[in-house]
Design a protein around this ligand. Structure first.
Ligand code: KPL
Length: 324
């Protein structure tokens, strides 16, 4: 299969490396030309347990991709969109939309919520899928990725397909991608309720991500800080309130799952901690910020989530000021 991975951050590099090692034709679309060159010249290194592998995907910078005229003959089967929410610009979505008009399907891997609505302005809804994953990875350099925790991934249509015929064609293509992901060593299943799955994961991220970023600790340490537990619980319960107001059904054992993710990914630096450490903007607007926005529509106030939001926004502002 011909697969393009757009966004060479931790999840993008992990997917590109493992799919290429499993024999798929992979092209990575990077932000910088420097990163594309590093991958082309030296390959994409994957560290997994005690093993190290070198994958050889093709790499191209977004600036070059923009210059290519989309042609059906070269259109990939899949675009795996792995940029963070803050990098989902109109320009990027417009370029990807042109490829999707040639028959390509797009699978969006963003954390949080809100991206489906933005993508649907550029990509036909019938070609748009979303993924929710708990894979853990850390980018060590421009061309080295460390697979820090094996997780699970659910994929499915971003918006439920209408016609039965369309549904069948879609499912066949999704199953083909799932089989490629299985061969690459990922645990993946198909879902027909991605909105619900995204919200369930959102509540996990709304507890773990801001707290790990503020306290500068890996996920597992949250469970060892006794004074923190009531705050974790408040963040979670406010999330439940917002989800119910939005008519989203949550898994009954979701609180247990929050704790389980901390245990299972104990040594992981959450994506928000990685962003803060690197001085990058975070995904707070699409995680706790998205909860606040949903709550506002129903006249709800989420005190704990609002405090997390303001603290992370303040860190971002401070980093911007010291970078000026
Ligand atoms: O999704 C994650 C993230 O870091 O964004 C978790 C599940 C918290 C794993 O680190």
């Amino acid at each position: 299969m011909n697969i393009w991975v757009v966004g060479a951050g931790s999840i993008g590099m992990l997917l590109a490396a493992k799919l290429a090692l499993a024999g798929q034709a992979v092209r990575v679309v990077t932000h910088s030309e420097e990163q594309a060159r590093a991958i082309m010249d030296e390959g994409l290194r994957l560290v997994e347990g005690d093993n190290e592998y070198v994958a050889r995907p093709e790499a191209i910078a977004f600036r070059q991709l923009k210059r290519l005229a989309p042609a059906a003959a070269q259109a990939p089967d899949w675009l795996l969109l792995t940029v963070k929410q803050q990098h989902l610009t109109d320009e990027l979505m417009t370029v990807l939309g042109k490829w999707c008009a040639r028959g390509t399907r797009l699978l969006a891997w963003q954390n949080g919520i809100g991206h489906v609505e933005r993508l649907a302005d550029h990509i036909p809804a019938s070609r748009l899928d979303t993924a929710v994953t708990t894979e853990g990875a850390r980018k060590n350099s421009l061309n080295e990725i460390h697979h820090t925790g094996f997780g699970m991934t659910r994929i499915g249509c971003a918006i439920e397909p209408g016609e039965a015929e369309e549904r069948q064609g879609t499912e066949q293509r999704q199953k083909k991608l799932i089989s490629a992901l299985h061969m690459a060593g990922f645990e993946v299943s198909l879902s027909n309720n991605m909105r619900e799955i995204a919200w369930n994961k959102l509540l996990v991220n709304a507890v773990i991500n801001p707290l790990t970023a503020l306290l500068q600790v890996p996920n597992g340490r949250l469970l060892e800080l006794e004074p923190l537990m009531p705050l974790m619980r408040s963040l979670y319960e406010e999330g439940v309130e917002a989800a119910h107001a939005e008519n989203v059904r949550l898994q009954e054992d979701l609180w247990e799952q929050v704790l389980e993710v901390c245990r299972r990914t104990a040594n992981n630096a959450s994506s928000m901690l990685q962003d803060v450490t690197a001085g990058r903007p975070t995904e707070i607007d699409w995680v706790n910020g998205a909860l606040l926005q949903a709550a506002r529509k129903h006249g709800l106030t989420l005190m704990a989530n609002s405090t997390m939001y303001r603290l992370i926004k303040s860190i971002e502002a401070k980093q911007r000021q010291s970078g000026e």
